[in-house]
Design a protein around this ligand. Structure first.
Ligand code: MTE
Ligand code: MO
Length: 256
């Protein structure tokens, strides 16, 4: 078989390895043959010679995919909600570490830092945050590792919070830093979506440590890894902030 690549066998192996870090749909499309090696390098202008160039190429594809998803995202479309009877009993825990390593956050000393393109950068104590208008939702959380579960989260609508701190709503990104070295970022349209909650409770109780005490961002329009737990700092920016998994090849938009 004629191929534009001098070491087609190696290239194929390299791509397959790198695809291990991609989200399942993109991997499936590639393996189905819907996207070919030649097609990929033509699309991205990258040639495949080593691991680094393959990673760079896959990142470009993933960033292209972000644009398509951002364009398809309908800010007015609501994710499904469920009755209390459908809540998953013993909702799963997931993190990049095991449950006995969950960070311990001191409620009294906790302050939520706000920075970037916002008018009011004061740091919030927990009682201040808990006094904000509260809403509840029962939605499905989908993890790329192959499980989904329905849970009930409560908190303040994130759009209300962003308006309250005088965030520049025309900025591109909202970024999050967490107590466990996790970090992620989202697009502004999703930040302003009606179902995006800064959540302080799970099933009517203060958010347990394993689910992200003292707060997580809960977005039923995005995959699990986009929902940061143990949020410590929030910033509004036009500079792409990436994320813990996103910087390792997971798709940044991460819509579900
Ligand atoms: N701070 C932090 N947030 C995180 C993670 C993490 O490791 N650290 N893992 C993400 C992933 S991959 C998933 S599926 C969900 C799991 O949330 P749960 O433990 O409430 O099920 O948290 C997301 N947010
Ligand atoms: Mo996940």
């Amino acid at each position: 078989m004629k191929t534009p690549f001098p070491h087609a066998k190696d290239a194929d192996l390299i791509v397959r390895n790198a695809l291990g870090g991609l989200e399942a749909p993109a991997r499936r499309a590639f393996l189905r043959g819907a996207v070919t090696l030649g097609g990929l390098s033509m699309l991205t202008g990258c040639s495949i010679s080593d691991d680094t160039s393959v990673e760079a190429m896959l990142m470009k594809i993933s960033r292209f995919n972000d644009k398509v998803q951002a364009w398809l995202f309908d800010p007015n479309r609501l994710a499904p909600t469920y009755p209390p009877s459908m809540i998953t009993q013993s909702f799963p825990f997931n993190a990049f570490y095991s449950e006995n390593k969950v960070p311990v956050v001191d409620a009294d000393r906790f302050r939520l830092e706000i920075s970037g393109k916002v008018a009011d950068r004061h740091a919030w104590s927990l009682p201040e945050l808990l006094a904000l208008p509260h809403t509840e939702q029962i939605t499905r959380h989908i993890c790329v590792e192959g499980w989904s579960a329905i849970g009930r989260w409560g908190g303040v609508r994130f759009s209300d919070f962003l308006r309250l701190v005088g965030a520049d709503l025309s900025a591109k990104y909202v970024g999050f830093k967490c107590a466990d070295d996790y970090y992620t970022s989202i697009d502004m349209p999703t930040a302003l979506h009606a179902q995006t909650l800064l959540a302080f409770s799970y099933d009517g109780e203060p958010l347990p440590a394993r689910y992200g005490f003292p707060m997580k961002l809960r977005m039923p329009t995005k995959l699990g890894y986009k929902n940061p737990k143990h949020i410590q700092a929030i910033f509004v920016t036009n500079t792409y902030p990436g994320g813990y998994w996103e910087d390792q090849g997971y798709n940044w938009f991460g819509g579900s």
